[in-house]
Ligand binder design. Sequence first.
Ligand code: C6P
Length: 411
Amino acid sequence: MKDSKKTFDPNQVQEDFPILNQSVRGKRLVYLDSAGSAQKPAQVINAVSEVYEQEYANVHRGLHYLSEQASSRYENARSKVASFINAEKDHEVIFTKGTTEAINLVANSYGRDNVKPGDEIVITHAEHHSNIIPWQLLRDQVGCELKVVPVDDDGGITIEDFKRVVTDRTKIVAFCHVSNVLGTVLPVKEINSLAHAHGAITVIDGAQGIVHMPIDVQDLDVDFYAFGGHKLYGPSGIGVLYGKEKILELMSPYQGGGGMINTVSFEKTTWADLPDKFEAGTPPIAQAIGLGEAIDYINSYGIKVIGDHELDVLNYAMQKLASIEGLKLIGTAPGKVSVISFTMDCAHPHDIATIIDQNGVAVRAGHHCAQPLMERFDLPSTARASLGLYNTREDIDLLAESLEKVQEIFK
Ligand code: C6P
């Protein structure tokens, strides 16, 4: 990571994001849906358009100038990702089209090769559908058991909860680093040690974790860590699967096609080395380069500085929203980050989101692709405000004012 940092001023940061400098429905846009997808700084937008204007061609295929340029920038993006998460080797970073594809890759390749009838896969009750369904599909294919670690009433999930569920029959422990509904941060390092002590590997859904805190995959010692570019201020259509080299080497390819082979004949095909073995077909080239640029942008402030700022805004928001009559916060576990789910006595979450949108305040409402978790809290849906580096305490004041209006309307 780079050491020379820019001074972090959240009001100045908003200027970096062209989309935020606009009015919505005649009001200043207050964007509180970064857990859904974050906005993009001009640095990323410009880099992507520059690729298409000046340096675009397919990668690893042509010997011509543009292909060389595009290939080198694409691989440079991989190096940036590797150093952002402190991967030991660049080729431990596999580009995918998102978190979802990254998890499906592990389930379909590692899972099918290693999980047998009678084995167990452990997930939690707080998972996004992307970290439930790939394991259900695997369970149905191989005949293993899918076990679920419970969530406390405040949204907490502790190492003790995992200890009660993981056994020597567990082959894979797959869990979110940060819940997209509750903001709960799971104790990755401890869970990882527990899984390893039982001979299981770990798959971390880092979609919401990578955005708010420094990640060091070597220190965490995780086997796989998956995340997408679009919540990290990069383009959509690009994601990352980090995997330990020694595990990736032994895995079968997930998809077949161009770019992932060494030799092909009708009788037998041999695979390319890492990371190409897992990148069949033309990859998301400009998107990967855009992700590299997003990482440069984040590094220019430092992810820790960004996380600390978001925590300040989160704590302010939790207090402010808790004082609104009839508002219930869902997810209050200690140490939580960046996501504020809530319900109101007076209105359905969809009504809340629609009404405050009239004030230019953008939040998500729904089940957040976490239906089992909604059921756990006996809710059909919640409203959810989620933070990015550009949010300020003023944004929270506007959110709170808008929620007071919802109350007035429905009283
Ligand atoms: N959550 C949200 O509004 P993709 O769609 O592949 O980029 O990411 C899927 C995903 C996986 N895990 C977690 C914890 C997530 O939060 C998400 C995406 C968005 O909460 C869209 S549903």
